[in-house]
Ligand binder design. Structure first.
Ligand SMILES: NC(=O)c1ccc[n+]([C@@H]2O[C@H](COP(=O)([O-])OP(=O)(O)OC[C@H]3O[C@@H](n4cnc5c(N)ncnc54)[C@H](OP(=O)(O)O)[C@@H]3O)[C@@H](O)[C@H]2O)c1
Length: 275
């Protein structure tokens, strides 16, 4: 039995559908049963309320964990509970540095990785760079024909959420991944302005890039995300990709035996979201 957290999210929904397509027994952790994916057992629970998780973890062998939000406040008891029930965990982390035990984490993903490393679980960390799905945030602007956002020249190797899910499923269903930290990316580096143009081409609309001053973006992001440390970290990372593009890794083709999906393929899969 595999417990999938975040089953209504970008990655989790594909983990659920790919595992069920492979004939595996899947349970989905949901906050709202009305939003549960079809065709799988759904059990109610909340990662921010660890006392609600016991029923979902009963009889589970492996857990696919995603951590919502921007802070790891309840992660310690959650990881402890997972370790009391399951044998294996695949954690959807981010492309973070390895930290020694006495180093202070800069991102909550590092905190969660550390908690997991200190359990007896067999663990695998998936460390994707930017998700192609982040550009869904431009949908309304794409419809208007102008994307206004900072760092149009920032070059990223965005990954299709289906590829992250396919790697998760591969790791959950084959041996030899214990202790691996897999850095995942898409197959190519594209500037943000190019990403906007490609979405436009796919949906048949001319899309122009307009540079937004970083200070204005900071204000907007603070209103939307709340956490100032996370906002400043994200802006600094995006700025860094202007001079040093986000890296492309060979992990997806190496593990899956096929090329990683391109940004244009991603945009094709999501054309309806931009029309
Ligand atoms: N975006 C990027 O570029 C990027 C890059 C690297 C790593 N990541 C990491 O990837 C993860 C996000 O993955 P994603 O995009 O697939 O997620 P997502 O689309 O944001 O979906 C979040 C999922 O978590 C569920 N959820 C939210 N709060 C919850 C709670 N308190 N208890 C239980 N479930 C809860 C949501 O379910 P309901 O709302 O339906 O209840 C939903 O299924 C994050 O940890 C992020 O840091 C993102």
């Amino acid at each position: 039995m595999i417990l999938v957290t975040g089953p209504t999210g970008n990655v989790g929904r594909h983990v659920v559908s790919q595992l069920t397509a492979a004939g595996l027994e899947v349970r989905a952790l949901v906050r709202d049963p009305a939003r549960a994916p079809e065709g799988v057992e759904a059990v109610k629970g909340d990662l921010f309320a660890p006392e609600t998780l016991e029923p979902a973890l009963e009889g589970v062998e492996s857990v696919f964990l995603i951590w919502p939000g921007f802070a790891a406040a309840t992660a310690a008891p959650v990881v402890k509970l997972v370790a009391a029930h399951a044998r294996r965990i695949v954690y959807l982390s981010a492309d973070v540095e390895d930290l020694a035990d006495d180093e202070r984490p800069t991102l909550f993903h590092q905190e969660i990785e550390r908690l997991i490393r200190h359990t007896g679980l067999s663990w695998t960390f998936l460390r994707p760079g930017g998700f192609a799905a982040n550009t869904l945030g431009w949908a309304e602007q794409i419809r208007q024909g102008v994307v206004r956002w900072p760092y149009g020249e920032a070059r990223r190797a965005l990954i299709h959420e289906k590829d992250i899910a396919a790697v998760a499923v591969h790791v959950l269903t084959s041996a030899g991944h214990g202790g691996a930290r897999y850095v995942l990316s898409g197959p190519e580096q594209l500037t943000q302005a190019e990403q906007a143009r490609i979405i436009g081409e796919v949906v048949g609309r001319e899309v122009r890039w307009e540079e937004m001053p970083p200070d204005e973006a900071r204000e907007w992001l603070l209103g939307s995300w709340g956490e100032a440390t996370f906002v400043d970290g994200a802006l600094a990372t995006w700025r860094s990709f202007v001079d040093a593009p986000e890296r492309v890794t060979d992990t997806v083709p190496r593990l899956l035996g096929r090329p990683a999906l391109t940004f244009r393929e991603w945009a094709g899969d999501h054309a309806g979201d931009f029309r």
